[in-house]
Design a protein. Sequence first.
Length: 351
Amino acid sequence: MKKYIVFPLLLLGAFFAAGCGTKNTADDNSLVVLNYGKYMDSSVLKLFEQETGIHVKLEEYESPEEMYTKYKAGSIGYDLICTSDYMVERLISEGEVNKIDFSSFSNYQNIDPSIIDAARIFDPDASYSMPYFYGTLGILYNTTMVTDDEVSSWNILWDEHYKDSIIMQNSVRDSFVPALRLLNYDINTENETELNNAVDLLIKQKPLVYAYYVDETSDEMAAGNAAMALVYSGEAATAMELNDDLSYTVPKEGSNLWIDSWFIPKSCKNQENAEKFLDFLCREDVAMKNFDYVCYATPNLAVIDALDDETLSDTTIFPPQETLDNCTVYKQFDESTTSLYSYLWKKLKSE
């Protein structure tokens, strides 16, 4: 799952009230896109503007919770947002997402139907979102400091031998996964006792943690500044290209299978242009640029057909079926559980 943004100023007042699909000069020639950090090749935006004359302003965020807060503040309108599965589900349930007219697309057939079906857990009709990348949450580790056997379990993240050499995700849902699975709890549990037990475990771990990072993790691990890190599979692949001593695994207790997807929010100024951009992202050459840049598993079949066997056999990028079967997609929480998670996260960070 993985990548987020900060949104730009848009037209307010009468223009904003007009809503999606309204035609005016400024709206016809611009899009404001919110995405995770480091989650799109910048050349893609330039190419889209060259081909269509539509300027894309890209802003970034770090976590789905940050994205949600920014969006719900309502002071800025966004035309397109990419975020995690469970947050897409939440915004759909709140009536904040427009349906996408995929019949107008020229390249949507490139998206793997099996990934579209997997995304139905948070978008049952497959009409409100479009898969972008998918992957797993696991441990990136330095093989000169840690053995393969040690990282077979999430327990390694609590090993005092690695004090000040463990990087955790600065993301509430992701950081809870290792603790929940070690306690044999579902990563989508809403049980207050179970969540309190999990945060107690994370508080016990905190003195061992080097830092809570998002986008800095790959660079820190590539530089050899930590022994291991809780990371998304794509981040792991990027870091491993920079340092041959790095490896990645999904522990035996299981983890998260995430599907990051695009959606068109109610704040969109021009649905037609937003859909043009989504269709553009499905095009083989464009999807290949983003795959090469991000290194996450792509749902684009045209890109997959063009990849060499070595890349396709890289289990860090394309997890084997047995790994996928041992992972769970995040589900949205109700308001009370969301508030509890927020409270527990603040409790952890304030310790």
